[in-house]
Design a protein around this ligand. Structure first.
Ligand code: SF4
Length: 235
């Protein structure tokens, strides 16, 4: 067996043996396909490539790095609470939860926006890493227009943690550029997707399968979905 195959097999083995989430995560609730969210909650096994797992792992490592850059620059950012746990929330008897990247309690006074940000109270911090093309789109058009799932994610975090502002950062993995965007709380979106979570839980309790995102198995989102076989071929 060549080294790549061996490493990949071990990576997949470890990934598949991990404890599965038994809650709907806020990070997934903006997914365009409700059925996919349902499958995740029901622990249906998605097909996943080792390279995708490596991308997730790289994202986690780079998040720590970006956090340190902000802290070193004087941001009062905390990524863990006093019990060394991630900040987060849990509701609906633990069936809807979220864990946030961090909370910013103060901004460097040299920044023009420092006083304004201070008046907002604690600010949610959410970080993503992106390839050059994806980062360029987000930097040009913003999170709402290009990464709606992330927009929903931070809205739910703000709603449940009672925050009204988010500082979103995106690191370009190819050029190391950073993009910053301030996202304000949008109560309507937060409510809509909180309701969606409740509807998904109800459907699962009633053994109902939620609608697919498309009628055609060749739809591009389905072709890239790890649940394709279970969804369209029932296996
Ligand atoms: S294959 Fe398509 S419809 Fe089925 S879960 Fe995935 S995205 Fe949704």
């Amino acid at each position: 067996m060549i080294i790549n195959e061996f490493i990949d097999s071990k990576l997949l083995e470890k990934y598949l043996s991990q404890e599965k989430r038994d809650y709907l995560g806020a990070s997934g609730l903006g997914d365009e396909c409700a059925r996919r969210i349902q499958y995740q909650y029901m622990h249906k096994e998605p097909k996943i490539k080792a390279t995708t797992i490596r991308t997730f792992d790289i994202g986690h490592c780079l998040e720590d790095l970006v956090a340190q850059w902000l802290i070193d620059a004087g941001f009062g950012l905390r990524t863990r609470d006093e019990n060394d746990q991630q900040f987060g929330f849990s509701t609906a008897n633990g069936k809807i939860s979220g864990h946030v990247d961090g909370i910013i309690f103060s901004f460097p006074k040299e920044l023009d926006c420092a006083a304004k940000m201070k008046s907002q109270g604690p600010v949610l911090w959410e970080n993503k890493t992106m390839n050059h093309r994806s980062w360029g789109e987000t930097a040009k058009h913003g999170v709402f227009a290009t990464k709606f799932q992330y927009y929903v994610q931070v809205q739910l975090y703000m709603a449940y943690l009672d925050l009204n502002t988010c500082l979103f950062t995106a690191l370009n993995k190819d050029t190391s550029e950073l993009y910053f965007e301030i996202i304000k709380f949008d109560a309507e979106t937060a409510q809509k997707y909180s309701d969606r979570a409740v509807d998904i839980l109800k459907a699962i309790e009633n053994n109902e399968l939620l609608p697919r995102v498309a009628m055609d198995p060749n739809f591009f989102i389905c072709k890239m979905c790890g649940f394709y076989d279970v969804c369209w071929n029932n296996n």
